[in-house]
Design a protein around this ligand. Structure first.
Ligand code: ZN
Length: 151
């Protein structure tokens, strides 16, 4: 069963819970943009694997809730809409960054080849000139900006 609960990290009532199976639940908070799941606990194999690929900032922002679950910033990447990721120097100096996707034009398509596919090009690209920063609690606004949620 899916439902909204209070976020164990920021306290907003916009934390979306999804039950994957009897033992595993995933959590995605639209209030603060952080996510977690039942497997993300201190020293767990899951967390160790994640830590190997996560940017330093994401690790800096790890948050352990009272139940022992670790929360981390989400990273959204939707090829035809845009992306949202945490950006900054450290846990006390960061913002969300939202970037819009735009269609690749005929003139520029040569610059965006699909690796391993001769003669094929991406139809969308991230337009870094659209980058906008949002505060932590502005995560919903960032989602609206790239068109995931209505304005
Ligand atoms: Zn939250």
């Amino acid at each position: 069963m899916d439902n909204l609960i209070n976020c164990a990290r920021c306290g907003s009532d916009a934390c979306y819970v999804e039950e994957v199976n009897q033992d595993i639940k995933t959590y995605f908070c639209y209030g603060c943009g952080f996510q977690s799941n039942s497997l993300m606990t201190q020293n767990s194999e899951f967390l160790t694997q994640q830590s190997e690929v996560l940017p330093e900032l994401y690790k800096d922002l790890f948050f352990e809730d009272p139940s022992g679950m670790i929360w981390m910033p989400s990273a959204v990447n939707l090829p035809q809409q845009g992306m949202i990721f945490a950006m900054g120097n450290n846990a006390s100096e960061w913002t969300w960054a939202a970037v819009k996707a735009i269609p690749v034009t005929e003139e520029e398509k040569e610059k965006y080849p699909i690796p391993g596919k001769e003669g094929q090009y991406y139809e969308w690209r991230m337009d870094m000139t659209t980058l906008q920063n949002y505060p932590e609690r502005g995560y919903i606004d960032a989602l609206s900006y790239i068109g995931v949620l209505p304005e």
